[in-house]
Design a binder for this molecule. Structure first.
Ligand SMILES: Cc1ncc(COP(=O)(O)O)c(C=O)c1O
Length: 379
């Protein structure tokens, strides 16, 4: 490998939320979704060069930015996007909150997958919107959305569907057929769609590709805001930049409300990191995927061999969604924490008997985590 993913990095002097939330001598913190790897050398170099300029005045998005993103989407996903459809945002989460606030009124409701990354739910509850849960089902080891069971959720107040692909938690990379079915269901029921595709660059399954929901058809594209970012893939969420793609000018206008007012623009280094990753980050990303596949295979083998635990197919990203139901422990998260491993509690995603393990880490740390889980399960 040309890049080093295997030597443990030191996160202790970096004000890391993940590492500083626990005593690192006692707890291995594999919870919050950032990785323990350095960002790609091309990103580090670009940031260093920009810092050396010493000029940090108010900065607009570089003129070539939207065209670079559009070319990237074409190259990575064969998705043809007009650069004018792109709105630069500071983060995906701010885009989620804006979409819910702008596309629905106070007494209206939003379809939200369950389980789901907590900010999709919070974006609704904080704005006093009703949440209508779309329960995911485990079919052939994959968490999927049974679209034929969604019709009875629809009322005359349902306005918007939130979607997450690749799914967090659960790591499903939805197929073209699955996307078509869900997109058409939303069209038939006159729903706007907001699709969070932040994990798009992290497809691990050799037989799968990320397909943007809005790329399925022009009709679906007209109804959809797609939220994307390179924060996860290239591991710079502390700098942070995201973008929305919306073909429909109504949706574009909605996602811009509050930008540069209550929602701060990205910092100048955010433009630098994203552009460097687009321009020169691909060889690093390819090796990252290989390394994460190794971690995924290790987890799959180990967890599924432990009595009381199981894990689904991990098609994308670095977050293992572990089912502890048959461990028959009232709080699996606490059990692992008490023995030195911090995971994300399933309760954060609406499923108490699960934990989410971040495997975006060095193999030695992952081995340590799996050994803790195994010894807890044997007790
Ligand atoms: C599905 C999903 N969306 C959004 C985010 C956060 O994105 P951002 O840091 O750009 O706000 C995360 C982070 O874990 C995530 O998993």
């Amino acid at each position: 490998m040309a890049f080093d993913f295997d030597t443990p990095t030191n996160r202790l002097a970096t004000d890391s939320i993940r590492w500083d939330s626990f005593n690192s001598k006692e707890v291995l913190p594999l919870w919050l979704a950032d990785m323990d790897f350095q960002s790609p050398p091309c990103v580090i170099e670009a940031v260093s060069n920009r810092v050396q300029q010493g000029i940090y005045g108010y900065t607009h998005s570089p003129h070539q930015m939207n065209a670079m993103i559009a070319d990237y989407l074409q190259e990575q996903y064969q998705w043809q996007v007009d650069p004018d459809w792109i709105v630069i945002l500071p983060s995906v989460v701010s885009g989620l909150y804006s979409a819910v606030q702008q596309l629905t009124n106070k007494d209206e409701s939003v379809l939200v997958p369950n389980p789901i990354y907590h900010h999709l739910r919070l974006a609704c509850s904080s704005a006093n919107r009703q949440i209508q849960e779309m329960p995911l089902e485990l079919q052939d080891g994959r968490w999927v959305l049974p679209v034929n069971q969604l019709t009875n959720l629809i009322t005359n107040k349902t306005r918007l569907a939130l979607f997450c692909n690749p799914q967090n938690p659960g790591s499903t990379v939805f197929t073209r057929e699955e996307l078509k079915e869900f997109g058409n269901f939303c069209l038939e029921n006159h729903l706007w769609i907001c699709s969070d595709e932040i994990h798009a660059g992290l497809v691990l399954d050799e037989n799968k590709k990320h397909i943007p929901l809005a790329s399925i058809s022009k009709d679906i594209s007209e109804k959809t805001i797609t939220l994307m970012s390179l924060n996860k893939t290239f591991n710079f969420p502390g700098i942070g930049l995201a973008w929305a793609v919306a073909e429909n000018p109504i949706l574009r206008k909605a996602i811009q409300v509050g930008l540069h007012q209550t929602i701060a623009p990205p910092s100048l280094l955010a433009y630098t990191t994203t552009m460097a990753a687009i321009k020169d980050g691909e060889p690093w990303r390819q090796e990252l995927i290989q390394y994460l596949r190794g971690n995924r295979d290790l987890i799959q083998e180990k967890i599924n061999s432990i009595k009381g635990l199981s894990v689904c197919k991990m098609e994308g990203s670095y977050l293992a969604w572990i089912d502890c139901t048959n461990l028959h422990h009232q709080n699996p998260y606490q059990l692992f924490l008490d023995h030195g491993l911090a995971t994300s509690p399933g309760s954060q995603f609406n499923r108490e008997q699960f934990v989410r393990l971040n495997f975006g880490t060095q193999r030695s740390r992952l081995d340590q985590a799996l050994n803790i889980i195994e010894s807890c399960a044997k007790r």
